[in-house]
Unconditional design. Sequence first.
Length: 403
Amino acid sequence: MRSRIEPMPSVHPPAMLHPMSDEVIVVTPPDEAPQWWDAALFLAGPTPRSAEVPSWRPAAVDLLRRTWTGGRLVVFSPEPAGGVVPDYLGQIGWEEAGLHLADRIVFWIPREPATMPAFTTNVEWGTWHRSGKAVFGAPPEAPRNRYLAAGARAEEVPMADTLAGTLATALDGLSPGARRTAGEREVPLIVWREPSFQSWHTAQTAAGNRLLGARLEWVFRRGPGRRMLVYWALLTRMHVAAEDRVKTRQIVLGRPDLSCVVLYRPGATLDDTLVVLVREFRSTASTVDGFIRELPGGAGPADALHQAVEEVHEETGLAIAAERLRAHGSRQVAGTMSAHRAHLFSAALTEEELTGLRAAAGTPFGQPGTSERTWVELHTYRDIRTTQTVDWPTLGMITQALG
């Protein structure tokens, strides 16, 4: 079972609380952020240590005002309006909050050791360069940026060598924005746009619950430019309507939904029924041989039914028509840990198909060009039920399909 994800279009919430209009709002410390926006950006980088040295941020804001289209853009600029930081610890807290709220963090680093050494910027870059939100920019002549630039290339962070190019790269990932209000603002666009997040958020909203706050703890991305978000984890704060209380410190782990298929050949009894399993090495396995036995299946850009057909062929070599698959609905697979669901299908096999699968038992399958390698196994339901061949969710899906 593998996860093959393609970039997904932006997903907007169904209710637009404010009309869409293009505007740029600059927020500086100690001011608080507005209660809603379509996109948010943080201007990270060195701040001049002397009033005689001009800041790069006014030019950045001017460029943003002239080029932004996509609703309300909030720009967090860490330079106080008066140019003086009256509360150092308060400034740290303000910047930390703004970095978490931002959909994009623009690192523009025109480093000058004497007047703009960018020591704080180095720390912020180390904290955020793997977040999926960072954009890196620096003039070619700026010194002591080679290490940061190497990290940007290694993580495939978007890069540019002019301020205009850096901002254009950042806006390319923001527009069009998505309207978010109150606690929703704390979910960055990289997660908000994902169907896996929208499915979870829609279910919670339908239950009457409200997202009061969230913090992005982790993302796993891959593909060209690492633009494909596969996993995400949010630390959430929720108002639980049925109990009228606030639930805090809960991690929501999200990933794309799965399509899983129970292929079986009926036996004289239910226990004698043969079920097709796929054996695959998984680093998460705590089994005796280090392999996982699971149903043919996986996640991808196709709809659940056609994804099921594709996965069966890829992982077992069996070509099966979509109309032969019986749908059993969808459920969460591990509700205490992850928000994703499995769409379950089943199909009874012919004796000829069973013979073909037996013959393929020693042949590896999987997606060409990847590390995926699967092996076909046949097990009786009795064996699956009475041994630790599969995990509990897989046993449950098999039982539901055969029952």
